[in-house]
Design a protein around this ligand. Structure first.
Ligand code: GLN
Length: 167
């Protein structure tokens, strides 16, 4: 993500503490392991700060980041930031070896356009609230959503060379 941001002429800041977060105009919550990120965020007393940030500044969450932004995780009581009204199912395509790349479709970037999507032990979005816009698809499946300042993707746009989503 940092490399894409730099290519786009902006300055990336790695956020590991609340002080780092306070320097940012916008935030990317990257992929990884959502339980680990939640624990670290709690340890750093950052969870409430992330919620506040997401009330008025842009956040893009990819994969584990999207899981943390969601309203609910299926079959789980693990808390989330509840910044976008969707339900997700973790690891929904199977294990790490079932990761894949597929050509998907995006709405809103000059009409409907193709985008190469990398899914790494990705979640599936199983419910989408009324105010949430569906912006990306593989087949019928929704893989990118937006509500006001919150953008969420189940895939990794930073791993392909197309910078349009970051843009
Ligand atoms: N499987 C991870 C999770 O459920 C997400 C994987 C990813 O971010 N690429 O947290």
């Amino acid at each position: 993500h940092c490399q894409v941001i730099e290519k786009l002429g902006e300055i990336p800041i790695l956020v590991k503490t609340v002080q780092d977060l306070k320097k940012c105009d916008a935030l990317i919550m990257p992929g990884g392991e959502s339980t680990a990120v939640r624990k670290l965020s709690n340890q750093q007393a950052m969870t409430e700060e992330l919620k506040k940030f997401g009330k008025n500044k842009p956040i893009m969450g990819t994969c584990a980041g999207l899981i943390l932004l969601s309203k609910k995780i299926e079959n789980s009581d693990e808390p989330t930031l509840e910044l976008i009204d969707i339900t997700v199912k973790r690891n929904a395509y199977g294990r790490q070896v079932h990761s894949f790349t597929q050509q998907g479709k995006l709405v809103g970037l000059n009409g409907l356009s193709e985008f190469e999507m990398v899914f790494i032990r990705a979640p599936i979005i199983t419910e989408v609230g009324r105010n949430v816009e569906k912006l990306g698809f593989i087949g019928e499946q929704v893989v990118m959503v937006e509500n006001e300042n919150i953008l969420g993707l189940t895939f990794h746009p930073e791993l392909t060379s197309d910078p349009r989503i970051h843009q």
